[in-house]
Design a protein around this ligand. Structure first.
Ligand SMILES: [Zn+2]
Length: 100
């Protein structure tokens, strides 16, 4: 039996749901990223999904504009291109003392 180096083990794509190696390409998602399907588990996933979280600097910029320029959420939505529901959620998470 051939011994695999740790590099080779890392290079083998594995199912992100169950960890098995038997995965096959299964088309692309709406963003155009390659999807894989696990032959054992049946799950369809992207191997290394990109984080969709907004950068903290961007968040701070938007929240500061809302607080200091007294922008309405709809105005901030138009200016920054961030959904007002998202801004509202950020405001709820941020403690009141830090909104300056
Ligand atoms: Zn699996």
């Amino acid at each position: 039996m051939a011994r695999k180096s740790s590099l080779a083990v890392d290079a083998t794509p594995r199912c992100t749901a169950c960890g098995r190696e038997h995965i096959v390409k299964n088309g692309k998602n709406v963003c155009g990223h390659q999807q894989f399907r696990c032959r054992a588990y049946g799950a369809c996933r992207v191997l290394h999904p990109k984080s969709r979280e907004t950068a903290p600097e961007r968040k701070d910029e938007v929240l500061r504009a809302v607080a200091t320029e007294r922008l309405s959420l709809r105005a901030a939505e138009r200016v920054f291109g961030v959904a007002r529901h998202t801004i509202s959620r950020w405001l709820e998470k941020k403690p009141k003392a830090a909104r300056r």
